[in-house]
Design a protein around this ligand. Structure first.
Ligand SMILES: [Zn+2]
Length: 269
């Protein structure tokens, strides 16, 4: 074997090694996830779920804040004879929860909803059975015009407070069925209608963004077509405005579907 052959052999070994390294590296790079761009699920009947990068942290925050509140309430009603170390232990646990809450990164949430005065917001329905569309002002029975936005989901799907809110009132009516009104920290007023189950709240109660307030149902005039009928008044009164852009922002998707192809079949509520 000549020196040239040996050199060529070494070079081809180096090239082979480089090729192996390249082959190992390139597929890894090629399978890097694409930047998150929302697309409608393609499978028939696939659930439509809001961007979990938005929802999960909000639900976690609500859970921690509720637990912290419960501990504070427990401390407040402690029997005076309770040993001091019990009080201190409860306080320490509450401080730990507060630290966890402070450590949650919710900074990415505000940008999408800053136009609505909402820093921490969540889409109100856990899972849709059809993509919602802009049905504001669509004709409804009795010559009415739709004063909100419908989101179709199965009965029993959790409904959540869109932002940190105070419960204004719970009602039952022929049109709305079981309903709940919230006043958000932003000053906006929300009306949720057709609930199957309304969780036990009283006017004045605090609910946190992402906290469950009830479940989707078909009460009122939504019989057979379970959905959330949501109304939104940014001024906190009965000057209802189109909640569709807010819902889009909360859903966290980048494409906006205005097509009725995804819309609900019912035109009753
Ligand atoms: Zn409706």
């Amino acid at each position: 074997m000549t020196t040239f052959d040996r050199l060529a052999g070494r070079i081809s070994l180096v090239l082979l090694a480089a090729a192996i390294l390249w082959a190992a590296a390139v597929p890894a790079a090629a399978t890097e996830p694409e930047p998150a761009v929302w697309r409608a699920p393609e499978a028939a009947g696939a659930p439509f779920v809001a961007d979990r990068a938005r929802t999960d942290v909000v639900i976690r925050r609500a859970d921690l804040m509720r637990r912290s509140d419960s501990l504070a309430e427990a401390v407040a009603v402690l029997d005076p004879a309770t040993p001091e170390f019990t009080r201190q232990a409860l306080e320490a646990e509450r401080m730990a929860l507060q630290a966890l809450i402070a450590s949650l990164d919710v900074s990415h949430l505000a940008e999408a909803t800053e136009d609505y005065g909402i820093d921490v917001g969540i889409f109100p329905v856990d899972e849709l059975r059809k993509m919602f569309y802009n049905d504001w002002r669509e004709p409804r029975s009795g010559g009415r015009r739709h004063a909100g936005n419908d989101t179709l989901a199965h009965t029993g799907v959790p409904l959540r407070a869109i932002e940190d809110s105070t419960v204004e009132r719970l009602t039952t009516s022929a049109l709305g069925g079981r309903t709940i009104y919230l006043i958000g920290k932003s000053g906006a007023r929300y009306y949720y209608a057709h609930l199957d189950e309304v969780f036990t709240f009283e006017p004045g109660d605090t609910v946190y963004a992402g906290e469950q307030i009830g479940t989707v149902g078909d009460t009122g005039n939504a019989r057979g077509a379970p959905h959330l009928h949501l109304q939104w008044s940014p001024t906190g009164d009965s000057n209802w405005e189109n909640p569709y852009p807010l819902l889009v922002a909360l859903f966290g998707r980048t494409e906006v579907y205005s097509s009725k192809a995804f819309g609900p079949p019912n035109a009753r509520a």
